[in-house]
Ligand binder design. Structure first.
Ligand code: AMP
Ligand code: MG
Length: 440
């Protein structure tokens, strides 16, 4: 059984006092790295797949990609201009005139060599001819006659405007490090090396389920007191953004037998199980009992808003492989689901899948209006990042910030993150901002 002693979520301390957001993040990261270490292959599952480059976007590289070639493969010109031997240059306004003996194009090198007083018309990317180490850009030259150019000596220094063989990357060196979440530039880089396939970690299988007697699936009429299950849709959207495999386990009713059966079934199919609902104070005891039978799960009260209750831990050996399933029991409120996913689940999933960079960049902006905030909890207010008349970044909250008001999230493009000890914010104060466009 994985040892949760450093961060035992069941400990009485954590049940009576609120857990700081940073402590919760640390506890999750610790358990995740224990699990990865157990697997021993840099991610939770240890499974590696070979995929074609055009299928590799948003996958995580499992091994360093070593360059099979030097990049560039040979010295070449960085500009359109004239290549010559830079030996003739001095630091003065004197004019040099060179006779043009030919032209080199990218992909069509000049055969022959260039002597003193001579130059070669050269295009960007064309191979540097023998005897030349410098390129004077076209725009600094004037024609001297039909077959010669002139330029001032001090307009170029020796060895300028050429790229050296192996300057970007040397043969055998890591072009892309293991753990990279592959972006378009990485695919381009791999292609530039002639690499057609990449070794990536298997996509994590993530099961999702919603719990609550009040929840109805789409397509069914709403009876008194019932609501549509929206969390599974925001969760599957979030997981799709991370390019993970989703196992939809539907809606589960609030009764112990159904919940237990659903958890066992979901955990047997998935590396990670994410549920929403059923962890708030009124319902936690109920879910807690089931979790005690299935694994080692703690029920946390986190000092944050929205998203206070959350369960986290492992479900033991229910998979045929004998592997443990990591469990996140998110709160039921639709905004709280997205905020806790953003704060706790996203980086854990990336880490479990072998990614080395799991944190999102933060920025700062000026609050357009005052924001009320109580010290003693971290708040995630939904906002729109824009630009003020003076060009400085500004943020404006998207209306009512209740934990159930999904529209505040839908209209936003960022969170304003107000740290634990922060009090009220005045208009004009700088605040921390985490952009989530394209992510959440
Ligand atoms: P709970 O954490 O189960 O107490 O739920 C908190 C609130 O979130 C309640 O108002 C629930 O009706 C609502 N809720 C729970 N699950 C969902 C869901 N899947 N979709 C939409 N609302 C939900
Ligand atoms: Mg509920």
């Amino acid at each position: 059984m994985t040892d949760l002693k450093h961060h035992s979520p069941n400990s009485p301390i954590l049940l009576t006092a609120s857990l700081h957001v940073d402590e919760a993040r640390k506890a999750i990261a610790n358990l995740v790295s224990d699990l990865i270490q157990e697997a021993g292959k840099g991610n939770l599952t240890g499974d590696i797949e070979l995929v074609d480059l055009d299928k590799a976007i948003d996958r995580i590289l499992a091994e360093d990609l070593l360059s099979p070639i030097d990049v560039p493969a040979a010295d070449n010109s960085a500009m359109d201009g004239f290549a010559f031997d830079g030996n003739c240059l001095g630091n003065c306004e004197d004019i040099v005139t060179l006779r043009i003996v030919g032209t080199a194009y990218a992909g069509k090198p000049f055969i022959g060599s260039i002597g003193a007083g001579e130059c070669l018309k050269i295009m960007t990317g064309a191979l540097m001819p023998h005897g030349c180490d410098t390129v004077i850009p076209q725009e600094f030259t004037v024609p001297a006659d039909e077959s010669a150019v002139s330029f001032k000596q001090n307009q170029v220094k020796r060895e300028e405007n050429r790229r050296l063989r192996g300057e970007d990357l040397q043969i055998g060196k890591a072009a892309i490090a293991a753990g990279r979440l592959l972006r378009p530039s990485d695919l381009g880089l791999a292609a530039s090396l002639g690499v057609a396939t990449l070794k990536v970690h298997r996509r994590l299988k993530v099961a999702i389920l919603s719990s609550g007697d009040e929840l109805r699936p789409l397509g069914q009429a709403l009876d008194a007191g019932s609501i549509y299950d929206s969390n599974r849709y925001s969760l599957s959207g979030l997981l799709n953004r991370l390019n993970l495999e989703i196992i939809d386990c539907g809606i589960v009713r609030d009764d112990p037998a159904s919940l237990k059966a659903a958890f066992i079934d979901a955990a047997s199919k998935a590396d990670v199980l994410i549920s929403s609902g059923g962890v708030s104070v009124g319902e936690a005891d109920f879910t807690k009992q089931i979790m005690q039978e299935l694994g080692d799960v703690g029920f946390w009260k986190i000092a944050m808003r929205p998203g206070r209750p959350m369960a986290f831990g492992i479900l033991r050996s229910v998979q045929p492989s004998g592997r443990k399933t990591l469990f996140f029991g998110l709160p039921g409120n639709p905004v709280a689901v997205m905020v806790t996913f953003y704060q706790f689940v996203r980086s854990a999933l990336l880490q479990l899948n072998g990614a080395s960079q799991t944190e999102l960049p933060m920025t700062q902006a000026i609050a357009e209006a005052p924001i009320r905030k109580k010290p003693g909890r971290t708040e995630f207010q939904r906002a729109i990042l824009g630009r003020g008349v003076d060009g400085k970044p500004t943020v404006k909250l998207t209306g009512s910030q209740g934990a159930g008001i999904l529209r505040s999230m839908s209209e936003a493009n960022c969170f304003v993150i107000l740290p634990h000890d922060q009090g009220n914010v005045a208009a004009g104060d700088w605040v921390d901002v985490a952009l989530f466009d394209g992510l959440l």
